[in-house]
Design a protein around this ligand. Structure first.
Ligand code: CMP
Length: 140
């Protein structure tokens, strides 16, 4: 198995409810190491570009509004098979479909306010990490 890095966001619904520590505990308990982390207020321009792949979807506008509605915590996670492992720890996009014990099952409010984002591939992880972090901010 390969050591990978993936990108994660703790979304505004979770920071608002003071769940940063609880979510980080889930990540660490499951073997992922937080090798970079910062709390930021995303700008509209940043959020639009980050979710550009969803620009044609009906929920795009609301998604961008939600992501700038409060602070988020952007992170780089490192570990064996980190991309897939983080997706397993997060659970399905829609909390109604998420497995028991996952972050989204336990914390998410809705399909939009679903507490966390995680990269869906190693290729996208590299793009998303570079979008928010410089190399010197990541301490493995
Ligand atoms: P995320 O993993 O950040 O990627 C895209 C986001 O769009 C997703 O999580 C959800 O928060 C949000 N979203 C809102 N509505 C939908 C929807 N109907 N289907 C999929 N994603 C949605």
């Amino acid at each position: 198995m390969a050591i990978e890095r993936t990108f994660s966001i703790i979304k505004p619904d979770a920071t608002k409810r003071n769940l940063t520590g609880a979510i980080n505990a889930r990540l660490e308990e499951n073997g992922l190491r937080i090798v970079a982390q910062k709390r930021i207020q995303m700008t509209e321009t940043q959020a639009k570009k980050f979710y550009e792949v969803h620009a044609a979807r009906p929920f795009y506008g609301e998604l961008v509004s939600f992501m700038i509605s409060g602070p988020v915590v952007v992170q780089v996670l490192e570990g064996e098979n980190a991309v897939l492992k983080n997706r397993e720890i997060m659970g399905a996009t829609n909390p109604n479909d998420a497995a028991a014990g996952t972050i989204r099952k336990d914390f998410a409010e809705s399909i939009e306010a679903n507490s966390v984002h995680g990269s869906d591939s190693l290729e996208n992880a590299a793009i998303e990490i570079a979008y928010f972090f410089s190399g010197t901010e990541i301490i493995g």
